[in-house]
Structure formats: C-alpha cells, structure tokens
Design a protein around this ligand. Sequence first.
Ligand SMILES: [Ca+2]
Length: 260
Amino acid sequence: METKPGEKETPATFGGLEIRREAWVLRNTDDAATGSACAEFINLNVDQGFYSIFFRKAPWDVSRWPCVSFNYRFKQAGCALNLSMLVNDAMTIVEWTNKNIEGGYFAPSVVGVSEPYALQDDAWHETSFDLRNMLLKTRFTNGLPPTGLIAAELSTWATAVNGHGYVNPKDARLYIDNFTIYSNKGKDPAFTWSATADDGGYAVVFDQKPDTVPPENVTHTEAKASFPNTAPGTWFLHVRSCSKANAWSPVAHKKITIEP
Ligand SMILES: [Ca+2]
C-alpha cells in the first residue's frame, strides 16, 4: 500500500515493530525515551538465536527518505546485533553494536556503521545513519541505479563477535523509542511534543548550541513550534515546560540537521 504526499501512514501501511524470528516485541509503558511508552525487544534463545524484530517491513524510497534514527536502551551488556535490510532486494547490513568478523557471513553486505557503536549501559541513547550516503560510498560508487533505491525489511539480526555464532544473552532486553525514517532536506522544521494537563506554558529556544537552557519566560502556550526558512546546518530545539503552579521543568534538547 502506498501513502500519498502529506498523508500519514497507518500501522497497517507502516508494517513495523513486529516479530521476525526468535524474539518477542512488546509495548512497554514503564520506560520511555520520550512520552509514556516504548517498544521492548526480547531475545528468546540462548544459543545461535536470531533476536530479530522488524523495525519496518514495508518498502520505502531511500532517495526520498535517506535517514534512519531511533532511541535505544540495552538493559544488559553483551548483545551483538546488526541492522539488516534489503536494498533493491540485496541483503544490506548497517553495523550497530560491533564490527562484523572479517570473512564472516555478513561482511560482504556491510555498507556502514550506525555511529558510534551502540553503548550497552542501561541508559537511553540516540543513533542515526544516512543510508543513501552509505550506499553511494560502497555499493554504488559510480552513481545510484536509474531504477532508484527501494529498501525494505529493516530489522535487528544477531551477528557474531568472535567466530562462534550468535551471542546475545538469553532473555536480553532492548528498549526502542522514536524510530523515524526521514530526510534532512527542507528548510521549514516544525516540532510538537507531549503535553500534560498540568502544563501552563513552554520556554522554547531554537539555536545552534547543544546545551542552551531557555530562560524562565513562557514563549509558547501550545506544545508546538515551527521555524520557517531555517538556514542549512545543525540546529537544536530546547524546551522547558512551566506548570500551572509556576514550577519549571528540566530542559529537553533535540538535534536536527538541515542539508543545503
Ligand atoms: Ca515513546
């Protein structure tokens, strides 16, 4: 099924966050990078398990939507996972937790690393990669194929770290939030965030510094902000909420990149 420009995908057309092989995926409402829930990936097998969950099964146009990002939290150390997908029907691997073994099964399919290699320290982190750039630097150094670039079946897939097969701990837990496929093109960024009934307003700053703390003045009364005609570069949104009793929250930061 295809969506029209501007139309939002439904869960049916998205076809994501579902079981692929030897793993469970659940909705977890006890933890979240943002909001009130995340997805929980559970490894079912102790030896040689695939620990494979689809992030997104349905195809998408990589030239139009080249970038992928998500937040993650490993509850334990020791997982070895690739990000696996098909690009124009060929197996394509983005390394995530570690480098693949030289001469190993996945090595010929590696197009890049979702940098830096994943931190497995029971804290939330964000990772992102530009799949189109990776393909231009590896598989299509003479230019992209005229038929275009179609990716599908993006999932986790166990890999080996020491030549002895898959090594993810039995019952390993991995939390995922804010999975997004997107483009860095476009100069009119717009944001929304989760509001609570107790919010009286928000202090919002949009600048090019990572750690700005907005002063305690309400600049926005609704949980949204847009910044038309923003110049190319790396930008940061900084938001604090002010409760109806006039208590200010800590700052939330969100980084975005705008390509020329
Ligand atoms: Ca969430």
